[in-house]
Every structure is written in structure tokens, then in C-alpha cells.
Design a protein around this ligand. Structure first.
Ligand SMILES: Cc1cc2nc3c(=O)[nH]c(=O)nc-3n(C[C@H](O)[C@H](O)[C@H](O)COP(=O)(O)OP(=O)(O)OC[C@H]3O[C@@H](n4cnc5c(N)ncnc54)[C@H](O)[C@@H]3O)c2cc1C
Length: 386
């Protein structure tokens, strides 16, 4: 059984279904028709592209995405600091680039595949309200108009950041909340025409207001940090959003804003990812800041590991499932948490001396192919530790 049909649950369900398992997917939302501009993750890293290609969904995802072969570190006042060219990873991966595509595209592609498979039952509008272990089985209860209890030998819980399954099992979720909220603004305007020299993904450092600029197939997105104490209504007011964008790059006619969202950012890792027949995966198991695009990607890596662990256990070998929590917690703590937090620290560095040293190091690393490869193997998640 899989709880949650986000990118993580969908990937796990497809692996299990392709292996011939009877799979039930319980999804709280009654419809998966989500607004693409609203969607969150939009970057797929090389190893994730390999995993999705192995599942037969890579080609369709590429058709709904755009390939980004390099990314930049910039300084808000000094401009380009370093440009990393992912083609130095040619010998490491068949996908030496980032694919920019909204996460909902992946969910949509996999959902349509799953609906054609006779061994898959997808129940929309089925919100899991409780979860417990009983006689070695996982038992979950869904609410709504027709409450029901479900039993399964294995449950893969991919029910997102507020995971009901995690809470019902009493699993601690220690960590911290960042001192600022992140404002994401998607615009119809072509930022590359307004800010000459940028590429599709740009991390822009500044002690006052650092930024991320990135292109999705439909929009340009800008991520601004906002002090936690700032009033939500005034931060998201259309005039205030235009002012922030104009301060970034003047645009005589004003910007056409497609979507705005303001949210808290957490860094948390669950105390264990395996609890008897329950395996936690994705945001249900770990949260990080989005700087580096690692949340969904590492969640998909969890899904692949968890689904194969369950398949091995069904075949009589429980050792992969026994090691699941250790392997995936290690990646969450020592790759995702370390790399994304370092990105945050570097982007908002207040010390001019330290900022200059960071910039010199980035520029040196990007200029030397061997150093750039080592660096990109971490930022592209080709290794499991930073
Ligand atoms: C602004 C932003 C930008 C981001 N950018 C990136 C990026 O570029 N790259 C990246 O890798 N990550 C990024 N992330 C993180 C990424 O969006 C998440 O890590 C990813 O969505 C996790 O997928 P998931 O399937 O675990 O959870 P979700 O996508 O949250 O899916 C959970 C699913 O479970 C369902 N559900 C919830 N509760 C229940 C319940 N009780 N019963 C049944 N179903 C339930 C939900 O309806 C949903 O369908 C970003 C996040 C944000 C907020």
C-alpha cells in the first residue's frame, strides 16, 4: 500500500506495480488536477532522471521539460561569479544536465500509467486519518463519507511534510525552522531578456536580499527571502511584489505575475524511516530548504530504495528493508541537509571577506574540470554524502 500520490508515492507505486505486486494507493485529494504554476519542485537531477528512465517515464518527462546544461552563482551587485557546466559529468551519467519540469508533470505521467494497470487500485479522496501496527500488519483508516480500514503487509508512507502516518506512529521529527519565509513569484516575463547573461538556474548571493532565479517550461520563478515577522498580506500584495521584481530588474510595463506563494521552510529528519511494516519516504521522512533542488529528488531516491526493499522482502530477503532507514537517513542528513544548508549560508553571507573567499573558491572550482566534476557529483546527487 502507498499513502500519498505525490512524486514520491507515485514513483514507489509504479515500481511495485511493474514488478507485479497488488498495489493500493490512498490519496487525500479528490482530484490531481493541480495548478502547474503553483507546483513546487521543478528540477530533476541526473541520478533521478536515470531512475525515472529505468521506469519508462523519462522520455515523456523530457517532452514536458527543458534541459538546463549549466547553472550560475552570481552576486547581486557584481554579476557572474561562476558558471558550472554539467557536461563534465559526461562519463558519470547518461543525463549530464538538470531537467526543469514541474513535479506535477511527473505525478500526472505516472498516474496515467498506473490507471492502465490491472493490479493497481487508486483511491482518490481517501485521507488517511490513523495508522497503527497490528499482528505484524500495517493498518490504516481513511475518513470521509465512507470511512474504511485497510490492512497491508507493507505501507509506504509518502503523505508529505505533515504526514499523518508519521504522527500516528509517534515518530519524532527533530530539526529547525529557518528564520525567514520564502516568497516564490512566477512571472510570464522573460527574465533572461531583462537580466542579460543569466542561464536557466541562478543562485544570486547578497547580504540584504539573496535570490534564486530559475526557468520552468512555462515561467520564470524568483525566490526571495522574507523576514519571518513581515506581515503576509503586505508581502504578497501585488504592488509590493512588483516593487521587489522592479528592484531586481526594471521592466517598463510592469511584470505579469502568474503565481505567488509565501511559505515557512524547515530542516527536519524523522527519527527512523522504518517502523515495522511502515516505511516513511520523501517529505514525510525529511524536509530541507529548496536551495539546490534536493527535496523531491532525494524523496524519489527514497521511493526507489523503499520499493525495491519491499520487493526483496516479499521475495524472502528482509535485509534491504532492515537497512532502508540507515541508508536513506544517512543521505538525508549527510548530503541533503549539509548541501542545502551550506547553500543558504553562502547566499546570505554577511561578511564581505567571507563572501569574497566563497566567490573565489566557486570561481576556481568551476574553472577546473576535475574540481568542477567533484563539486557537481555532490550538487547533482550522484554521491550520497556531501
Ligand atoms: C517552493 C518549493 C520549491 C521546491 N523546489 C524543489 C526542487 O526544485 N527540487 C526538489 O527536489 N525539491 C523541491 N522542493 C521540495 C519538493 O516539492 C518536495 O520535496 C516534494 O513535493 C516531496 O514529494 P512527496 O511526494 O514526498 O510529498 P508531496 O509532494 O507533498 O505529496 C504528498 C501527497 O500525499 C497526499 N497526502 C497528504 N496527506 C495525506 C493523507 N493523510 N492521506 C492520504 N494522502 C495524503 C497529498 O495530497 C499529496 O498528494 C520544493 C518545495 C517547495 C515548497
Amino acid at each position: 500500500m502507498v499513502v500519498g500520490l505525490g512524486p514520491v508515492g507515485a514513483t514507489a507505486a509504479l515500481i511495485l506495480a511493474q514488478a507485479g505486486c497488488e498495489v493500493t494507493v490512498l490519496e487525500a485529494d479528490a482530484s490531481l488536477d493541480r495548478d502547474l504554476a503553483e507546483s513546487r519542485a521543478s528540477t530533476f537531477h541526473p541520478p533521478t532522471l536515470q531512475m525515472l528512465d529505468d521506469l519508462g517515464v523519462g522520455e515523456e518527462l523530457h517532452r514536458r521539460g527543458l534541459i538546463s546544461r549549466s547553472y550560475q552563482y552570481r552576486d547581486r551587485h557584481e554579476g557572474l561569479v561562476a558558471e558550472f557546466d554539467l557536461s563534465v559529468l559526461d562519463g558519470d551519467t547518461a543525463f549530464p544536465y538538470r531537467l526543469q519540469s514541474e513535479q506535477q508533470n511527473l505525478v500526472d505521467i505516472i498516474h496515467r500509467r498506473l490507471t492502465t494497470m490491472p493490479n493497481v487500485e487508486i483511491v482518490l479522496g481517501a485521507r488517511v486519518e490513523s495508522a497503527r501496527r497490528e499482528d505484524g500488519l500495517a493498518v490504516v483508516r481513511t475518513g470521509g463519507e465512507r470511512p474504511r480500514e485497510w490492512r497491508a503487509p507493507w505501507v509506504l508512507a509518502a503523505d508529505g511534510a505533515s504526514s499523518t502516518v508519521r504522527k500516528c506512529l509517534g515518530v519524532d521529527f527533530p530539526g529547525m525552522t529557518y528564520p525567514e519565509r520564502f516568497l516564490i513569484v512566477s512571472v510570464e516575463d522573460d527574465l533572461s531578456a531583462l537580466i542579460p547573461g543569466i542561464c536557466e538556474v541562478n543562485y544570486v548571493s547578497d547580504p540584504e536580499e539573496w535570490l534564486v532565479l530559475l526557468r520552468t517550461p512555462r515561467h520564470w520563478r524568483v525566490l526571495f527571502p522574507v523576514p519571518d515577522a513581515a506581515d503576509t498580506a503586505s508581502v504578497t500584495a501585488p504592488g509590493a511584489v512588483q516593487d521587489r521584481l522592479r528592484a531586481l530588474a526594471p521592466n517598463p510595463g510592469g511584470y505579469t505575475v502568474a503565481h505567488t506563494s509565501l511559505y515557512h521552510v524547515h530542516q527536519r529528519v524523522a527519527d527512523g524511516f522504518r517502523h515495522g511494516p511502515f516505511l516513511l519516504a520523501g517529505d514525510a521522512a525529511h524536509l530541507n530548504n529548496p536551495l539546490g533542488g534536493m527535496g523531491m529528488n532525494s524523496g524519489i531516491h527514497d521511493a526507489v530504495d523503499a520499493a525495491h526493499s519491499v520487493l526483496a522482502a516479499i521475495g524472502g530477503d528482509t535485509s534491504p528493508a532492515d537497512g532502508y532507514s540507515g541508508r536513506r537517513r544517512d543521505a538525508a542528513l549527510n548530503l541533503v541537509r549539509t548541501a542545502t544548508h551550506r547553500n543558504w549560508e553562502n547566499l546570505q553571507q554577511k561578511s564581505a571577506d567571507q563572501r569574497r573567499r566563497n566567490h573565489e573558491e566557486l570561481s576556481r572550482t568551476a574553472a577546473d574540470p576535475a574540481s568542477a566534476r567533484d563539486y557537481l557529483r555532490v550538487s547533482s546527487m550522484l554521491v550520497s554524502r556531501a
